[in-house]
Design a protein around this ligand. Structure first.
Ligand code: MN
Length: 136
């Protein structure tokens, strides 16, 4: 099937506070429709907003669109992200991503679900003290 999904047909969604800290907006690009397993969204984080700790069973690719962001893998440093950066997140790897404390940040998020429909696994929120660490 070939078709165009009009922007006007899909409202921006507010991300759940169960899985995100701060105001986060999700504009869906595509959701998995068999045989494709691809999910892609434009995610916009307000200053200080971020995901909770989480992992992806088939990994995830982020492409930074605008602003200044942050990413951290469990046990590693906080790192700054800038427009045009690509973040490669391996399968089943705990991490979080979000905006810098004083900047809006937007990235494209692309991931595949597993053959049986498995997707993101969510853990605890990122503590303020961990989020506030200076990026390397
Ligand atoms: Mn992720």
């Amino acid at each position: 099937m070939t078709h165009v999904i009009r922007a006007a047909s899909r409202a921006t969604r507010i991300a759940s506070p169960a899985q995100f800290t701060g105001a986060v907006f999700n504009d869906e690009i595509t959701a998995p429709t068999a045989p494709s397993r691809l999910r892609a969204s434009l995610v916009t984080f307000s200053p200080g907003a971020r995901t909770a700790w989480h992992s992806h069973p088939v990994g995830q690719t982020l492409w930074c669109v605008s602003g200044i962001g942050r990413v951290q893998f469990a046990g590693g440093p906080v790192r700054a992200l800038h427009p045009g950066d690509t973040v490669v997140i391996p399968p089943d790897t705990r991490h979080w991503h979000g905006a810098a404390a004083d900047r809006v940040f937007a990235h494209l998020a692309m991931s595949e679900q597993t053959a049986d429909g498995g997707s993101t696994q969510w853990f605890e929120h990122v503590a303020d003290a961990d989020y506030a660490r200076a990026p390397e």
